[in-house]
Design a protein around this ligand. Structure first.
Ligand code: NAI
Ligand code: MG
Length: 483
């Protein structure tokens, strides 16, 4: 392997402030809770102090959103679209700044924030901007007897949105773009380890002259999130995060007239048949579980490989893993960045240790970990049984569990043997087998001969404990409309 000289992206483009307030009614204001710090997980360096929103602050944000709702929802869709197109263009103009800040606060490689997250963020705003003046044609309007849309469907009101740390700005885009396009106003809470790009997005809302109160950003930890979800004047709750917190939120919302969408965990099967193009499959497996350090709800964390090609595939996979570069997220050559937090690192370690003690065989390439920061090497487990914790629980890290199968029916049975159902992957040259499998897999997204491909026009969401409701595409509009 060639040695690579470091090629770090400069962080000068980011104007980090020492402290950040809440964004309420178009202005940055102090929070009444105790401020918290956000760190760069690659170095443990403190990046900034961030305000904590108390339930009173959340109440002020919801009131601002309520007040703004009348005028915003009354705007012609084409006028709302202008704001969304403007935001999308500013995101493109400031993409490098946003990407560097995302990598600093989250630990993900700049190659990913620059080439995956940011283009998708802009694409989501462009896509939903395009729908803002066409909602009557989206198929959700009150219909006349001849099946044509009778009127524009109505927005719901104030949306309370709570997002996780794995794709901070992209999850913000998934939540805010459709909400605004449909005429809702929002109060959004970013995750406590990655609040900074949401706060830069607040600045972009100011730059775009978005009317005050249409977007409000409240920072803080779980308590702030709980206050958003429980606020009586919130009409719609959208959450992405752990299944555990999703359950708590479902209980809070039960019995109210709030509309709810939940996008929770996953334990996706990536299924490789003996006739698959193996080199291509190896790339897909790597992208499936080592992209974003495996902090991906739809990660292909269970590799199901047909027994006849197990040895050949594992040899090729191990060879490929030995070439992955782990280290400085701002280095343009880096494939694997830092684990987002000390807590997440502890969880990955604990589940991996459990995998070993339950009898699976652990393997990692020779890989030097930086002395400071939160790091975990790319890891794979062979000899994994269905009953092992590492085959059942979401690890949310760069850890792959390898299982085998003999027949397509067995592959389906094993793939579906999970409480989750967010995504799955199929690798085979046979089109009919792809269709047969896709029909039987209980997963919201099924990729064929690719993995972790996202597109704003395509709905995304889960079966079973992976949640309910869909984001993206036309169905993503439905979640924010009174249909
Ligand atoms: P989490 O579910 O606690 O955090 C997600 C968001 O929910 C954060 O903004 C957090 O502040 C907020 N939150 C926490 N408690 C809340 C409550 N009671 N009410 C309202 N909001 C609340 O997830 P965490 O602890 O960061 O990660 C734990 C595990 O969850 C991970 O190891 C992973 O397995 C899974 N996870 C799944 C994600 C996905 O994309 N589906 C994203 C993040 C985590
Ligand atoms: Mg951070």
């Amino acid at each position: 392997m060639f040695e690579y000289a470091p090629a770090p992206e400069s962080r000068d483009i980011v104007d980090l402030k020492s402290s950040y307030g809440l964004f309420i009614n178009g202005e940055f204001v102090d929070g009444s809770g105790k401020p918290f710090k956000t760190v760069n997980p690659a170095t443990e360096e403190k990046l900034a102090e961030v305000a904590t929103a108390s339930s009173d602050d959340v109440d002020r944000a919801v009131q601002a959103a309520r007040k703004a709702f009348g005028a915003w929802s009354g705007l012609p869709g084409a006028e709302r679209a202008k704001y969304l197109f403007r935001i999308a263009r500013i995101i493109q103009e400031r993409a490098r700044e946003l990407a560097v800040l995302e990598s600093l606060d989250n630990g993900k490689p700049i190659r990913e924030s620059r080439d995956v997250d940011l283009p998708l963020v802009a694409a989501h705003f462009f896509y939903y901007a395009g729908w803002a003046d066409k909602l009557g044609y989206a198929g959700f309007g009150r219909r006349t007897t001849d099946g044509h849309s009778g009127a524009n469907p109505r927005p719901l009101g104030v949306a309370g949105q709570v997002i996780p740390w794995n794709f901070p700005l992209l999850m913000l885009a998934w939540k805010i773009a459709p909400a605004l396009a449909c005429g809702n106003t929002v109060v959004l809470k970013p995750a406590e380890t990655t609040p900074l790009t949401a706060l830069l997005f607040a600045e972009i809302c100011q730059q775009a002259d978005l009317p005050p109160g249409v977007v409000n950003i409240v920072t803080g930890a779980g308590e702030t999130g709980a206050a958003v979800v429980a606020h009586p004047d919130v009409n719609k709750v959208a959450f992405t995060g752990s299944t555990e917190v999703g359950r708590v939120i479902a209980r809070t919302v039960a019995g109210t007239d709030k509309k709810l969408t939940l996008e929770l965990g996953g334990k996706a099967a990536n299924i490789v048949f003996e006739d698959a193009a193996l080199d291509q499959a190896v790339e897909g497996i790597v992208n499936g579980i080592f992209f974003n350090q495996g902090h991906v709800c739809c990660a292909g964390s269970r590799l199901l490989v047909q027994e006849s090609i197990q040895d050949e595939l594992l040899t090729a996979l191990k060879r490929r893993l030995s070439t992955l570069r782990l280290g400085d997220p701002l280095d343009k050559n880096t494939d694997i960045g830092a684990i987002n937090s000390a807590e997440q690192l502890a969880k990955i370690r604990q589940l991996s240790d459990l995998g070993e003690s339950e009898g699976a065989e652990r393997w990692s390439p020779a890989c030097e970990l930086p002395a400071k920061g939160y790091w975990f090497p790319p890891t794979l487990f062979t000899g994994v049984a269905q009953s092992h914790a590492i085959a059942r629980e979401e690890i949310f890290g760069p850890v792959l569990s390898v299982l085998t199968f003999r027949t397509p029916a067995e592959a389906v049975e094993k793939a579906n043997n999970t409480p989750y159902g967010l995504s799955a992957g199929i690798w085979t040259e046979k089109g009919s087998r792809i269709l047969w499998m896709a029909d039987k897999l209980r997963a919201g997204v099924v990729w064929a001969n690719t993995f972790n491909r996202f597109d704003p026009t395509s709905p995304f969401g889960g079966y079973k404990e992976s949640g309910y409701g869909r984001e993206g595409g036309l169905l993503g509009l439905e979640a924010y409309l009174d249909v």
